[in-house]
Write a protein that binds this ligand. Structure first.
Ligand code: NZQ
Ligand code: ZN
Length: 390
């Protein structure tokens, strides 16, 4: 196990009805003016918007709105949010929605407190963030873990680069997690969210660091929980207990706890981000395509880690002289699970051909050199993984 620091100050407020107290929670921070940030129309359709506004008004909290965040959130709206925050003296941002809304809010929170161009923070990992506008969130989809993660992922629609920043400075002050708010999700979004959560667990699991048994076992428990409950949520979308399991795993999968003492891989995420940047694919659907291909390409780097996963999570018995067979059947089992949720496992299913593989692989490596840690991947490797996913 490696040396580590673990710091996650996000206050998680979990359970039914908590969104109705959002004004009270914000008031705790001595706030003068809030930017209420949200997506397209789901929160208005479900009535959540009205409940949030009511709570802000009851607590005498002045607010200004910016809706319109799209999935795979874009830089132009972030710039608009920054302008509003600066001109209106906003001192708190409330993000109501999914990872896209929260990521947009995080980027605004950075940009509103610096004179530098916000996009430079996404392209230059060495840039330091000193100050941010505090954020709170009301989560409406279990997926990215952005409600307590150190990441924000934004697409620059001018050059189609989709990039992230990592910083603890904009971890939300609080995040309200009411599983009931996810009852209205379309089945496809539920499935994409669960695929993303499982990938966050895989990315951490596939480490070359040894003697990380405790976090291995926590990751395995989280994976089993997601695999079982994702299927249940598709069947029973309004089952509170099922939604609650998914929501809590989603947060813990990406709040830093499960990568303590280990170094994760993240190549599948980087390879996927090129797909969602260029083709506006949903992140979780891109991952259900890339992950099996990545596994097929890299398993020889450390087959025993795959065997452990096959045995402990996918319940596959194995014989020591049949390692390869065990790993192949585990990947097949994973693909069947994705399919059972209605997710794609091949690029051709989402209308993507091989014409831009080379361009995506090149872009993936800009300002990175190589990607991945389980196996370090160069441009040819990335193209080979896209080919395996065709
Ligand atoms: O825009 P609205 O109308 O709200 O509709 C949204 C959107 O169309 C809808 N939705 C959300 N909650 C709903 C709902 N519809 C009905 N009922 C509800 N309760 O679902 C759609 C998807 O929302 P989005 O926020 O885009 O989903 P998600 O949370 O999966 O976020 C995806 C983005 O986060 C990034 C992804 O790359 C992608 O850009 N990621 C962020 C990470 C982070 N910050 O830590 C880590 C991840 O690996 C990921 O890269
Ligand atoms: Zn993800």
């Amino acid at each position: 196990m490696l040396n580590f620091q673990f710091y996650n100050p996000a206050r998680i407020i979990f359970g039914r009805g908590e969104e109705e107290n959002v004004g009270k929670y914000i008031a705790d921070y001595g706030v003068k003016k809030v930017l209420l940030h949200y997506g397209k129309n789901s929160i208005k359709k479900t009535g959540l918007y009205d409940r949030i506004v009511k709570s802000l008004e009851e607590n005498n909290i002045e607010f200004i709105e910016l809706g319109g965040v799209c999935p795979n959130p874009v830089l132009s709206l972030v710039r608009k949010g920054i302008e509003i925050c600066v001109n209106e003296n906003v001192d708190f941002i409330l993000a109501v929605g999914g990872g896209s809304v929260i990521d947009s809010a995080k980027a605004i929170s950075v940009g509103a407190k610096t004179d530098e161009d916000i996009w430079e923070f996404f392209m230059d990992k060495k840039k330091v963030i000193y100050e941010t506008v505090p954020i709170g969130t009301v989560l409406t989809i279990a997926a990215t873990g952005s409600e307590s993660s150190t990441s924000t992922v934004i697409t620059n629609e001018e050059n189609l680069f989709k990039r992230s920043i990592s910083s603890s400075k904009y971890i939300p002050k609080f995040s309200i997690l009411n599983p009931e708010l996810t009852f209205t999700l379309p089945a496809y979004q539920t499935a994409c969210g669960c695929s993303d959560i499982l990938s966050h667990l895989f990315e951490r699991y596939f480490t070359q660091i040894e003697n990380v048994d405790f976090t291995d076992r926590l990751l395995e428990a989280a994976m089993k929980t997601i695999i079982i409950n994702a299927s249940a949520a598709i069947e029973k979308p309004k089952d509170y207990n099922v939604r609650a399991e998914i929501m809590w795993v989603g947060t813990l999968a990406h709040n830093g706890l499960l990568n303590t003492g280990r170094i994760g891989d993240w190549a599948s995420h980087h390879i996927e981000h090129e797909l969602s940047a260029l083709y506006n694919l949903t992140h979780g659907a891109g991952l259900s395509i890339v992950t099996p291909a990545w596994m097929k390409y890299v398993y020889k780097e450390n087959p025993d880690k795959f065997i452990q996963l096959a045995h402990r999570v996918f319940d596959i018995d194995f014989a020591y002289n049949e390692k390869e067979k065990t790993i192949v059947s585990m990947i097949e089992k994973l693909e069947s699970w994705y399919k059972s949720l209605g997710l794609p496992t091949r690029l051709c299913e989402v209308g993507i051909d091989d014409s831009r593989f080379s361009e995506m692989a090149e872009k993936c490596l800009v300002a990175r050199g190589l990607t991945g840690n389980f196996k370090k991947l160069n441009k040819d490797d990335i193209c080979n993984i896209y080919k395996l996913a065709l």
